[in-house]
Design a protein around this ligand. Structure first.
Ligand SMILES: Nc1nc2c(ncn2[C@@H]2O[C@H](COP(=O)(O)OP(=O)(O)OP(=O)(O)O)[C@@H](O)[C@H]2O)c(=O)[nH]1
Ligand SMILES: [Mg+2]
Length: 357
């Protein structure tokens, strides 16, 4: 899972990257420039920690998320890279700090969020317009691809009014098959978007008009965007502390969930991703899949050969794993089920795949 951190210059993107990953990348010296920085962050998962205790494995492999920090926001310099991301994390400045300049000399998170959206809308709209212009000519001429061209044109014409009205494509209902046809455009305003509003240490998010993070029901249709307040600088400082001291510090400031916990949890929700778990003496590991994936698709994550030779999946639901004290207990209580190829994987399933070859 690749997440692109974008935002106006000096909004706190690298601060957030550091807070997320415990890195200590240099913060902007106000000169702008630089190259995107990439950090791989392990996904916190209490279930996996529990399995680590149970198996005491040689190797422990949590799932990971890649964060790409795009420096400055200079129009489309890194747009190719942003288009390649699975989702976008916007860092929007709400903190006051006279020492940190703002390109528009203001602290107004709502206006900055709108500006960023407007830039992305323009980039998407210009792509659509260019392609439509081309297709309007080519799809009139009989050719092998005429039918596909007409279909693509019709689809783009369905999307265009949304962009014309200044609305992101995230808000359009498009079927999965239709979406696949236009996936190669990698529309920016279609990407699931997490907006992190970066507030000062003593700011009250409600007073700044930042909505509460919505309650996310597991299995419900994922939202297209989520907004959450963060205290970037403070959390970066915490991330540099000795792990033993962090909890007390966070509690002092009333921070219940760290930026990394929050960003990863919400990204999984936005992208509708779940985890399944594998365990043994050798390795305990978490794997990330799209919700709705079946057992063969999950097996393919581990190895194509396991998917090819798929025989069955031995599955223990996470609740059963806990209730019966782990793999052995669940097995003895006959809570290990044999599932076939079409079994729809559940979040937290303990799995062992049996395969031939
Ligand atoms: N007061 C306060 N200052 C912050 C906060 N977050 C970032 N800053 C300061 O803002 C400045 C810029 O932070 P960066 O994290 O480098 O911002 P950036 O978005 O990565 O900047 P560019 O990559 O140059 O676009 C630094 O001096 C930070 O210390 C915050 O939450 N509160
Ligand atoms: Mg930066």
């Amino acid at each position: 899972m690749k997440l692109g951190i974008v935002g106006v210059a000096f909004s706190g993107k690298t601060t957030v990257l550091n807070a997320l990953s415990g890195a200590n990348e240099p913060l902007s010296d106000f000169s702008g420039g630089g190259e995107p920085r990439v950090r791989v962050v392990p996904v916190p998962d209490a279930r996996l920690e529990r399995m680590r205790e149970d198996y005491k494995p040689k190797k422990f492999t949590p799932a990971t998320v890649e964060f790409h920090d795009m420096p400055g926001y200079g129009g489309d310099k890194f747009m190719g890279e942003v288009r390649d991301m699975d989702a976008i994390v916007r860092v929007i400045r709400a903190f006051k700090n006279p020492a940190v300049p703002h390109p528009k000399d203001r602290v107004d998170w709502k206006a900055d969020a709108l500006d960023l959206e407007a830039d992305f809308l323009v980039l998407d709209l210009s792509m659509v317009e260019k392609r439509v212009e081309k297709l309007e000519r080519s799809s009139k001429k009989p050719s092998k691809t005429q039918k596909e061209e007409q279909e693509e044109l019709a689809l783009l014409m369905k999307l265009k009014p949304t962009l014309d009205a200044g609305r992101p494509l995230r808000e359009v209902e498009i079927g999965r098959d239709e979406m696949l046809k236009i996936a190669s455009f990698q529309f920016l305003t279609r990407k699931p978007t997490l907006t992190l509003v970066n507030i000062g240490d003593d700011d009250d998010p409600r007073a700044l008009g930042i909505p509460d993070v919505p309650k996310l029901e597991p299995g419900a249709k994922p939202p297209a965007d989520i907004t959450a307040p963060i205290r970037g600088r403070l959390e970066m400082e915490v991330s540099q502390l000795d792990p033993a001291d962090r909890a007390a510090f966070l509690a002092d400031f009333g921070i219940k969930e760290t930026i990394s916990g929050l960003a990863i949890r919400l990204s999984y929700a936005l992208l509708d991703q779940i985890s399944f778990l594998t365990g043994g003496d050798k390795e305990v590991r978490a794997w990330t899949i799209q919700r709705g994936s079946n057992a063969v698709e999950a097996a393919r994550k581990i190895h194509t050969d396991i998917a090819k030779g798929f025989a069955r999946a031995q599955v223990i639901s996470w609740d059963d794993y806990v209730l019966h004290g782990g793999e052995k207990g669940a097995k003895n209580a006959s809570r290990m089920r044999a599932e076939g190829r079409d079994y729809v994987m559940k979040d937290g399933d303990w799995v062992e795949f049996l395969h031939s070859g």
